[in-house]
Design a protein around this ligand. Structure first.
Ligand code: HEM
Length: 126
């Protein structure tokens, strides 16, 4: 197996381990389980998203943030997402993509959470 194939396989393991935790989580579970109807398709899309973010592949080419705006979430959801994602990454991804996935998660949960709550409050006032 090439190094990239091993990293792709580790990302798939990581994504599935994360969603096992997230679907059972009291805060994130209702949002994921309520919205996602085709889990095979969602997991494949998340494999592609993280492969792009961590390995620079181009299978995922959509804008990842806008689909979240139809959901009802708070900063607490993004904090919980990070609390579940980081330990999952630590046990499933090899270096150097482990460190990259952790630092991206710190950034994304903070920046997406702030952008999300700001835009949602503007939408509520409009
Ligand atoms: C900042 C961390 C997050 C990242 C990087 C992320 C990433 C993504 C991506 C790439 C997609 C696919 C978007 C597309 O359709 O192209 C997605 C969809 C989705 N995410 Fe997130 N997400 C994050 C946080 C969350 C949180 C906290 C929740 C709350 C449970 C959540 C719930 C969902 C749901 C329900 C969908 C499917 C939406 C749909 O059906 O169109 N995400 N996410």
């Amino acid at each position: 197996m090439t190094e990239q194939a091993a990293e792709e396989a580790a990302i798939q393991t990581c994504v599935r381990a994360f969603y096992d935790l997230a679907r059972a989580d009291d805060l994130l579970g209702p949002v994921f389980n309520g919205w996602i109807k085709d889990w095979d398709q969602h997991l494949k899309m998340m494999d592609d998203f993280w492969s792009g973010a961590l390995l620079g592949t181009t299978r995922y080419s959509a804008a990842p943030f806008p689909p979240h705006l139809k959901l009802e979430m708070t900063q607490a959801h993004f904090d919980r997402w990070r609390e579940l994602w980081v330990p999952t990454v630590q046990t499933t991804l090899p270096e150097p993509i482990r460190a990259k996935a952790i630092s991206m998660a710190e950034h994304m949960s903070h920046c997406w959470g702030r952008a999300y709550t700001t835009i949602k409050s503007q939408m509520a006032q409009a």
